[in-house]
Design a protein around this ligand. Structure first.
Ligand code: ADP
Ligand code: MG
Length: 289
């Protein structure tokens, strides 16, 4: 399912003293199957953009197209439920939204709300739980008896059980330890590939953006300031630093090497494997001179 935003503005709390233009003239294309990372400072409008991807927010100006559904400013936009089923959002700290007595009921809630039978919802709950790397034995437990990491996974299972075509992740690893982060990110990447999903990830981790995304969008003060592939984006590290953003560690290492050796590599490398191969090539040639 293709998604696009065309010249979208969004204002919060219109006609109140708290009115705020949160995003401005945002245009983003997300063809089916894309893995897109959105990066930018806190308050730059990332979460506001995400909420347009499944009709939770309706633009104040501009058009959002989700599959064959158009959502436009200043018109009645009915029947957004179907869209919400196709585009699953994992909000920040999704475990805060767990509320049922058991893990099973919590995961079943979404599908049943969309008319899936109880038998089918139970089956989906089991399947989703395994997908997020948890054991079926916790289905009967209270979500509130689980560890923080397990609660996060149960909440994610609830989104997967809807069987969405598009999955939207708002800083899904915030607050997890490094191992938990990697496990969750690898899991989403595997799902992305196996199911041919579109994945839209908001992250503060330049490593994750470099490693997983096909396309990166940078937001600043409510506007899209740059779009491109990871190699395109990280090939101008000075620009990122000027925006107060990081570059991946492997890029910083390459820049230091280039400075020390006075030798520029052919391109920016985004993995240790690629960079070490390039370094080995230089050494085999007998150095940089
Ligand atoms: N419910 C709201 N009411 C008013 N302003 C809001 C609301 N939510 C977000 N904003 C404002 O909109 C801007 C963009 O916020 P947000 O999309 O949450 O950014 P990000 O996810 O990049 O941190 C910020 O200035 C924020 O203060
Ligand atoms: Mg946010």
């Amino acid at each position: 399912m293709d998604i696009s935003l065309a010249h979208v503005d969004y204002r919060y709390q219109v006609n109140t003293p708290f009115e705020r233009l949160a995003i401005q003239d945002v245009s983003i294309d997300i063809p089916a199957g894309t893995y897109m990372a959105i990066i930018g400072h806190t308050g730059s409008g990332k979460s506001t953009v995400l909420q347009h991807l499944n009709g939770l927010l309706v633009p104040t100006e501009g058009t959002v197209t989700i599959g064959n559904r158009e959502i436009k400013a200043n018109q009645k936009n009915k029947g957004l439920r179907q869209v919400r089923q196709k585009v699953g959002i994992v909000f920040q700290f999704p475990e805060h939204q767990l509320f049922e007595e058991t893990v099973e009921k919590d995961i079943m809630f979404g599908p049943m709300n969309f008319g899936v039978s109880e038998t089918e919802a139970k089956e989906r709950a089991r399947h989703a739980l395994v997908q997020v790397g948890l054991s079926e034995t916790i289905l009967t437990k209270s979500p509130f008896d689980l560890s923080g990491g397990q609660m996060r996974r149960v909440a994610i299972a609830g989104v997967l059980a809807m069987e969405p075509d598009v999955i939207v992740l708002d800083e899904p690893t915030a607050g997890l330890d490094p191992r938990g982060r990697k496990e969750i990110m690898d899991m989403f990447y595997q799902l992305h590939q196996e199911r041919g999903l579109s994945t839209i990830l908001v992250t503060h981790s330049m490593e994750d953006a470099a490693m997983y995304a096909d396309q990166i969008v940078i937001m600043q003060q409510g506007k899209v300031v740059k779009k491109g592939t990871p190699v395109e984006i990280f090939s101008s590290p000075a620009e990122l630093v000027q925006m107060g953003l990081d570059v991946p560690e492997v890029v910083r290492f390459q820049l230091k090497l280039e400075e020390k050796w006075g030798h520029k590599f052919k391109q920016i490398y985004l993995s240790i494997e690629q960079l070490s191969a390039a370094v080995a090539e230089v050494l085999e040639r007998g150095g940089t001179s």
